[in-house]
Design a protein around this ligand. Structure first.
Ligand code: PRP
Length: 216
C-alpha cells in the first residue's frame, strides 16, 4: 500500500463541502475532489493526503482505530461518542444547537418521569441527569419530531439548525442544551508519531482562528 502521509476521515455532506472550502483557503489544491461521483476514497495527486468520506458516527471509529489520522465531524457526534481521540479544533462551521423541544402542552416542570425521544441518548441522559431528573430515553434513528406529536414521548432532544423542522411539525424549543459546530479530531498515536500531522493542524488553526463563532 502507498505510504500516505495524512489520512483524513470526513463526514459526508455539508461538513465535507465546508472542509474542502477551508482547505482551499489554507492553500491546498482540492481540485481532485471536484468530480466525486460515487467515490468514497480520494487521494491528492502528490499523494500527501487521502480522504475517506464516511457517515458522521463512523468518523470517530476510523480515527479511534488509527486508520484515519484526523477526522472532521460535528460536536453532536463527539458528545455521543466521547472517547478514543483528541479534539483539537473548533472549525466554526456546521453551526447548530441541541435543544429540548415539544408540543404546546408539554410541561417541563412536571414531576412525573418524562419520556424523551432522541437520536442522542447519552446527550439527553446527561442533560436531564445533571439537573437531577431521571428520564426514560426512547432511542429513535431519525424524524424524531414525530414522537411527541404522536404520543410516543413527552419531548425530544435533537439538533436545531433553522428551526423549520420543529415549526413544520408543531413543536417549539423549551430549552437549549448547547452549541454545536464541526470539530477536528486526531488519533493520539498519529499526533505523536506522524510528523506531518501537527503542522497540518496548526495550518488549519491559523485559518479558523481561536474565536468561537456563536450560533444565533
Ligand atoms: C436534523 C435534525 C432535525 C433537523 C433540524 O435531521 O435531527 O430533524 O435536521 O434542522 P432544521 O432546524 O434546519 O429544520 P436530519 O436532516 O439529519 O434528518 P433525520 O431527522 O432523518 O435525522
Amino acid at each position: 500500500m502507498t505510504n500516505h502521509q495524512i489520512t483524513i476521515a470526513l463526514t459526508k455532506g455539508r461538513i465535507e463541502k465546508d472542509t474542502v472550502t477551508l482547505l482551499e483557503k489554507a492553500g491546498f489544491d482540492m481540485a481532485f475532489m471536484a468530480d466525486k461521483g460515487r467515490n468514497l476514497i480520494f487521494e491528492s495527486p502528490d499523494k500527501k493526503f487521502r480522504f475517506l468520506l464516511v457517515k458522521a458516527p463512523d468518523v470517530t471509529t476510523y480515527v479511534r482505530h488509527g486508520v484515519a489520522d484526523i477526522g472532521v465531524v460535528g460536536k453532536d457526534v463527539l458528545m455521543e461518542h466521547p472517547t478514543g481521540y483528541l479534539e483539537m479544533l473548533d472549525l466554526n462551521f456546521g453551526l447548530c444547537k441541541f435543544s429540548v423541544a415539544s408540543t404546546d402542552d408539554y410541561e417541563p416542570n412536571d414531576h412525573k418521569r418524562k419520556r424523551i425521544a432522541t437520536k442522542y441518548p447519552t446527550v439527553a441522559t446527561d442533560f436531564f441527569n445533571e439537573r437531577g431528573e431521571d428520564v426514560e430515553i426512547i432511542s429513535i434513528q431519525g424524524s424524531v419530531e414525530i414522537a411527541p406529536v404522536i404520543g410516543l414521548a413527552d419531548a425530544i432532544v435533537d439538533i436545531v439548525e433553522t428551526g423549520s423542522t420543529l415549526v413544520a411539525n408543531g413543536l417549539k424549543v423549551y430549552e437549549d442544551i448547547c452549541r454545536i459546530s464541526a470539530r477536528l479530531i486526531v488519533n493520539k498515536a498519529a499526533l505523536k508519531n506522524n510528523p506531518q500531522v501537527l503542522p497540518f493542524i496548526r495550518k488549519i488553526e491559523s485559518i479558523v482562528g481561536n474565536e468561537e463563532v456563536p450560533f444565533q
